[in-house]
Design a protein around this ligand. Structure first.
Ligand code: MG
Length: 439
């Protein structure tokens, strides 16, 4: 009995007549929640019926019916991530208090002793999202409410327009504009598009590589022509983006960013490979083209020199690859201090839980820039009720507590994840002499 309740008792006044202090009200509320424990951890794999390589973490708790989901998807290492969760991380997490998100994040981060491997961070991200999901369900609030509440009404997204020639790219951009998108990424036939010498053509070494070959000079001439066409036909209201996908050498990246300045891009993405990020200084010296970087980053610390020296304008990490909601919120806070914005990565291989994790951070931060679009077939929405929807260029969550999504495991089981053929692999890109080009 504390001093205040003793005094109340001594005065023998009816308890309802003495209002509880704010502190007492809080204590009363939290005492109503039983202590929680993680009782089980499952790695759920599924193709979603569409060839996906999705790995989800399901964290079950001692409160009947209370569980959380997180995304640990990694299209390139999915089976290894599932094994890491089942064999290494799950046993480490079971028995812990799921309310202690920061503490569990930190202990999991050093659980492998060696930090920031892709697989390790997928597992860490999956756990982190699941814990925020649980906390939100306990609080009866969407996760963004726990992160500070809405900083915007919905999340603006950019769409992907592609085409075999400039006219088709223009037509596809117009379709997105009619749907309400204000931001559209334009690619001439996929990554490196416009820069490929067709199979068998050109001067090749005898008996050498005969496939489509990346040539950076061809690319550097083709893409500005595409944007000449787009700006002439579409005007300047639509915000255009372009993704280099690391496929050119550093000096050419400097030249390319300078040549693209006249088209007033919303951002130019991954002009450099992660090995050559020091060259961002050189790009900054010659042009004002806004720069986005980082979908290949795993460690949050990889951003620090780029953000603190203001060498890029947008961080592009995938939330399920870099430590989940906890890390995304911290990265966004650092960005805010340096005037850099977020553009969390999505892509065709991503899953609805990672998308919602990005959404809840996007909704609650001031350093938000844009969110990459991703959408799913209806059968995925049936398997995962509450998945985000994009309407008119904006993403909306379900508004339900936690992440706001569920997963029908019986449907997921109907679509088992497959072991994919080893070759060809999309990351293997080659030049005319058969040498490997960054993907
Ligand atoms: Mg990209």
């Amino acid at each position: 009995m504390n001093r205040r309740s003793f005094v109340r008792g001594a005065l023998a006044a009816p308890s309802a007549a003495v209002p509880l202090s704010a502190q007492e009200q809080y204590e009363k509320k939290t005492r109503g929640l039983a202590p929680l424990k993680i009782t089980d951890v499952k790695a759920i794999t599924t193709s979603g019926g569409r060839g996906y390589q999705w790995v989800f973490v399901k964290v079950l708790t001692s409160e009947p019916g209370l569980y959380g989901f997180g995304s640990a998807s990694n299209v390139n290492m999915a089976w290894a991530v599932a094994a890491a969760i089942e064999k290494h991380f799950g046993p480490f997490w079971i028995g812990r208090d799921p309310d202690r998100i920061e503490d569990l994040w930190q202990s999991t981060n050093v659980r492998g002793y060696w930090r920031n491997s892709t697989i390790h961070n997928n597992a860490l991200s999956g756990l982190d999202m699941a814990l925020w999901d649980i906390k939100g369900k306990r609080a009866g609030m969407p996760v963004y409410e726990l992160l500070g509440g809405k900083a915007r009404e919905a999340v603006p997204c950019y769409a992907h327009a592609d085409g075999r020639d400039a006219q088709q790219v223009e037509d596809n951009i117009r379709k997105f504009m009619e749907q309400g998108y204000r931001h559209v990424r334009a690619q001439l036939g996929g990554y490196g598009g416009g820069g490929f010498i067709p199979p068998g053509q050109g001067s090749r070494p005898a008996g050498g590589f005969q496939g489509a070959a990346m040539d950076e000079d061809t690319y550097l001439h083709a893409v500005p022509k595409l944007f000449d066409h787009l700006r002439a036909k579409l005007g300047w209201d639509v915000k255009l983006l372009h993704d280099v996908h690391e496929r050119i050498s550093p000096t050419k990246a400097v030249e390319f960013a300078k040549r693209m300045e006249q088209y007033h891009l919303f951002f130019l993405e991954d002009a450099l490979s992660p090995e050559q990020i020091a060259w961002f200084r050189n790009i900054r010296q010659v042009c004002t083209t806004p720069l986005a970087m980082g979908e290949t980053f795993t460690s949050p610390l990889e951003y620090m020199p780029l953000v603190s020296e203001r060498l890029i304008d947008f961080v592009r990490n995938r939330v399920s690859q870099t430590g989940g909601i906890t890390q995304a919120k911290k990265t966004a806070a650092v960005c805010e201090a340096f005037g850099v914005r977020t553009a969390f990565q999505e892509g065709g291989d991503n899953d609805p839980i990672n998308q919602l994790a990005s959404y809840h951070v996007d909704m609650s931060i001031s350093s938000f820039g844009i969110q990459e679009e991703n959408h799913f077939p209806e059968q995925v929405h049936e398997m995962m009720p509450g998945a985000a929807r994009i309407k008119g260029g904006y993403m909306y969550g379900s508004g339900l507590p936690g992440l706001g999504i569920d997963l029908h495991e019986e449907i997921a089981r109907k679509y088992p994840m497959q072991v994919l053929p080893g070759q060809p692999h999309w990351t293997e890109v080659r030049g005319m002499d058969g040498s490997v080009v960054k993907p």
